[in-house]
Design a binder for this molecule. Sequence first.
Ligand code: S3P
Length: 439
Amino acid sequence: MSKTIDYRVRPGGRLAGRIRVPGDKSISHRSVMLGSLAEGTTRVTGLLEGEDVLSTLGAFRAMGVRAEGPDRGKLVIHGVGLHGLKAPKQSLDMGNSGTAMRLMAGILAGQAFDSELIGDESLSKRPMKRVSDPLGAMGAVIATAEGGRPPLRIKGGRKLRGIDYQMPMASAQVKSCLLFAGLYADGETAVTEPAPTRDHTERMLRGFGYAVQTAGARVSLQSGGRLKACDIDVPADISSATFFLVGASIAPDSDITLEHVGINPTRIGVINILKLMGANLELLNPREVGGEPVADIRVRAAQLHGIRIPEDQVPLAIDEFPALFIAAACARGETVLTGAHELRVKESDRIAVMAQGLKRLGVDARETPDGIVIQGGRLQGGDVDSHGDHRIAMSFAMAALAASGPITVRDCKNVDTSFPGFATLAAGAGLAIEEQDGQ
Ligand code: S3P
């Protein structure tokens, strides 16, 4: 087993200065995927060099795509066109990344060759029927392990046909998987979502010159088009900025600016929720970069109060709940989350793991089937286990800013999947964090 690390974080301190967190993970995955399938050379800047994105890049390299980098966020991809991928010699390892596995399944279902997608221990437990079922309805043949789990064995040479799919859960991964398969399917492929989810796939397809129709909750495309290479400037990831938005809100006297953060309307649930809780957030210098809205976000400490989180914000903040639970634990009064069952099938069961960790820090946190009820109050120090979940590790690290004693967070190696350099950047901003060899 590869060695892990723990965080040891001393209590107190404040966050200050100006920082830029790494590139957006969702946009980085998609830029590697579409750059590889495009005709011509795509130049990406601001790419997230996290392990998840490197898994996606490794898969395309294994299928014959040439790429230079990544180097300090720069990646040059020599696209092979929609039909230019070659059969990989081995299984494609998606590591910890659900996004990589689900989106790749859509692309691979349309190829002439067989392939197999595998993942690490966490990914191997995550549900894949949500993609294998609708892909099957399109004519794909995909075998899963028991219970619809990875690995996925995907038959090549299948003739796919478009479907008009009513998606049962609000998932951008499922939507994107089916749109990618639709590039290879006869006729129109359409997905209707029960609630808005991140729309980076639609935006980026259009950026590559591919027509995508959006009519209310229904998004559709026709096969037969081509992707034309383009340049992509990946904004900083609002999901990574979130740890600082929460940290600065709960640490007295904080005043920090996060630069060049993506504020796509389908991603700003965290801003909306923190504002409802009384946070002091300012969006500065709003601008558009390569089809994605971007701003600098200034956040200053504020007394937060508990709220009932509006359910329509849940899909728009789905990755931000571990950090938001820390905000709730430091707020005055009760915070209630409902309608968030999806949190139970992320890199860990984020409701159970967060409730367990919060209790270790003396917080009254009660799980419900689709959410949590947190009584805000004081946080004490303690020892918490991230269960190998990157976002849980970073959330509990930030909790130390408002805790009365030191916090040790176990099993933090997977922070590298989405936020390489987190401890160094956070320490520079004022968090008293040290990395130690894990136990
Ligand atoms: C993602 C979609 C979300 C999110 C994940 C990234 C994407 O997953 O949690 O981190 O890039 O499409 P779901 O589609 O499962 O909600």
